[in-house]
Design a protein around this ligand. Sequence first.
Ligand code: OGA
Ligand code: NI
Length: 363
Amino acid sequence: MATLCPVAPLHREANASRLQITSVKTLAESSDLTSIPSHYAFTTSASGDQAVHSDHDDSIPVIDFSLLSSSNPDQRRKVVSDLAKACQDWGFFMVINHGVPESQMKAMVDMLTGFFDLTEEEKKEFEWKNVLDPIRFGTSFNASVEKVFFWRDYLKVRVHPKFHCPTKPEGFSEVLAEYSGAVRKLARELLKGISESLGLEPDYIGQAMNMDSSLQILTANLYPPCPQPELAMGMPPHSDHGLLTILMQNGIGGLQVHHGGKWVMIDPVPNAFLVNTGDHLEIMSNGKYKSVLHRAVVNNNSTRMSIVVSNGPSPDTVVTPAEQLVDGENNRAVYTGMKYKDFLELQQSSVLDGKSGLDRVKI
Ligand code: OGA
Ligand code: NI
């Protein structure tokens, strides 16, 4: 797989002061921008890194969520087996008939557009200081440790077990509470199907991961138009830290998934959710369901927004492989236990880099 190489390494001190100044949005809106500043330019090793369209015979799996609540046991069995296949073969799937009203999804996009449209002065109030702050407005991933920045602004909000929300724009908290609540329910139901697909009791994950207090974080990613999209990167290849990530976007594509040794472009489908398995599902399933690398590329004509909800265990849960999936002989536990919030703190404090978070708990 290609590695990203910084063209213009910079000192940390310089990064820290730049953090105070520029969001990508402000930069992109400066009228004379025809090329990107050097601290946004990556080179990718040329071969094998271009993304492809998905193959007709092997396209991203589609899960019909309505069948999970079917009273017909055959239908439920079928969707549980679809989930097993999706988690094993792709680690990414599309969910349709999910029951979250289109109006709620649209309201969330509109509200977050309103947030990013606040003045820089207003947004400054929400700028992050520590990686575990409940509300974090920022740019790139962790600009205090990066040499080259990603073409991305973001807002991260912890919405569960304790609900937080920026005080602006007006009405934000109602929309956010409703949307994140609906997505949390969806995640919990999917995790029931996934538990069953692993041969466990439906609420195994719910209970073992203390999902009544699950840590849920909503991230809004803003990728403004970029004059040299081939040099910039929206988000580098990474896996997500939680159990399940649930993503929607504003109709503009840019997400790519690493599948079958290639980067596959995922085209946006209106009103569907994209779901991917995270590092903690890999840990609890003892590697049966692996978290999958994905990245976001940028384009030169439209602003893309993705709204990404990470659904994890409760912050204090020490996650270990499920006992039922481990035996002394052939199937030893290959991950050691770590408290979810400690894993998160380490991952968020570092440069975002592939699956490096998981390497810390591999035995
Ligand atoms: C993320 C992520 C991809 C995208 O926020 O973790 O992978 O398409 N985003 O914005
Ligand atoms: Ni991600």
